[in-house]
Design a protein around this ligand. Structure first.
Ligand code: XMP
Length: 329
């Protein structure tokens, strides 16, 4: 297939009408390209792969086979939402793989951040490749590649992550389908909204591929992972209730690998702290910590120490980037 480029004079997709015209055009193109074949997609639940899934379901229905790999490092409610939206509402052909044990076993005792990332990335590819090998008659691989991915890989800023890591026997079997390849992120969101995806999927905060693994510094344990997941869910709920969703760029919690003393029910306790991280940024290269309402911070603190067993302190990370990165790893 000839390489598709974004035309220099292409109008930015800023209205539902323009989004619909793009969708109609891509449906026709995808039908022509895929014909009566099957197409495979790794559906993470992130904006780009979700929009590709919704678009291709409209184009080729059950010829699209989505694989959602739960690596055990997703946020609270995420795998459930992927299943509900794509299987429940869109009647997608969705294979759900709960690979939590496999990932956490491999990560057990590993403290080096790079090694953790490599294990998560490598294991993801292995699980996806295993699922792909089980399926017959699939000629195409769909990907949520977007225009900045292409520009960044051309500029040598980052390796184009998508099919890159797949083993040759898988890669060679498929032709790529990349229906949002010429879109910028805001346009992908516009198209996702027009396709009927829920707002919390379309306007989702950036979430790293290694997931909560980067928010659990040191060796990942199931108990600390659970504390990250539960405290993050409280933080997200309180930011939403305070009207901060979409106003603060990224917010999440981290659970370091040390404990400190506290007093609970009149007795000494020895529990983990939770760190709250909230930042505003334009491009994630630099970031500032927004001023947050004191009463909101008090409420979040109260809820986390009361509702998340095993946490006795809440700390606020006040560090801008640079010097600190946004994530803790
Ligand atoms: P840092 O921590 O480098 O993060 O200041 C900048 C932005 O990138 C996100 N991030 C990642 N995204 N894979 C991703 O897809 C990753 O491995 C990864 N690490 C960091 C981070 O959440 C922040 O928005």
């Amino acid at each position: 297939m000839a390489e598709i480029r974004r035309p220099d004079n292409m109008e930015r997709i800023t209205t539902p009408e323009l989004a619909q015209a793009f969708i109609d055009e891509q449906i026709a193109l995808a039908r022509r390209q895929i014909g009566s074949n099957k197409v495979l997609l790794a559906l993470s639940g992130g904006v780009d792969s979700s929009v590709v899934a919704a678009l291709l379901i409209k184009a080729v229905g059950k010829q699209l086979v989505c694989v959602h790999v739960n690596h055990g490092l997703l946020r609270k409610g995420e795998p459930e939402q992927v299943i509900e939206v794509f299987r429940g509402q869109m009647d997608a052909n969705l294979i759900y793989v709960d690979a939590t044990d496999r990932f956490l076993d491999k990560l057990s005792g590993v403290t080096d951040p790079e090694q953790k990332r490599n294990i998560i990335g490598g294991e993801f590819i292995d699980v996806f490749a295993e699922e792909a090998r089980k399926l017959d008659g699939i000629a195409f691989l769909a990907q949520g590649t977007i225009w900045p991915d292409i520009l960044e890989s051309e500029a040598g800023i980052k390796a184009h992550h998508n099919a890159g890591g797949l083993p040759e026997d898988i890669k060679d079997r498929f032709e790529l389908v990349e229906p949002v390849r010429i879109l910028f992120k805001d346009e992908v969101r516009m198209v996702g909204k027009q396709l009927g995806l829920p707002d919390n999927m379309v306007y989702r905060q950036p979430f790293p591929g290694p997931g909560l693994g980067v928010r659990c510094p040191g060796a990942i344990t199931r108990d600390r992972l659970n504390l990250v997941r539960e405290s993050d869910a409280i933080l997200r709920e309180e930011f939403k209730n305070a009207g901060l969703e979409g106003k603060v760029w990224q917010y999440f919690t981290i659970v370091p690998d040390f404990k400190s003393t506290g007093v609970r029910n009149g007795a000494r306790c020895w529990e983990y702290p939770v760190v709250v991280r909230a930042v505003n940024t334009r491009d994630a290269m630099t970031a500032v910590v927004p001023e947050l309402d004191w009463a909101l911070l008090q409420k979040i603190t109260q809820r986390i120490v009361n509702e998340v067993p095993g946490v006795n302190r809440v700390l606020l990370d006040m560090s801008p980037k640079p010097v600190a990165t946004i994530e803790w790893e």
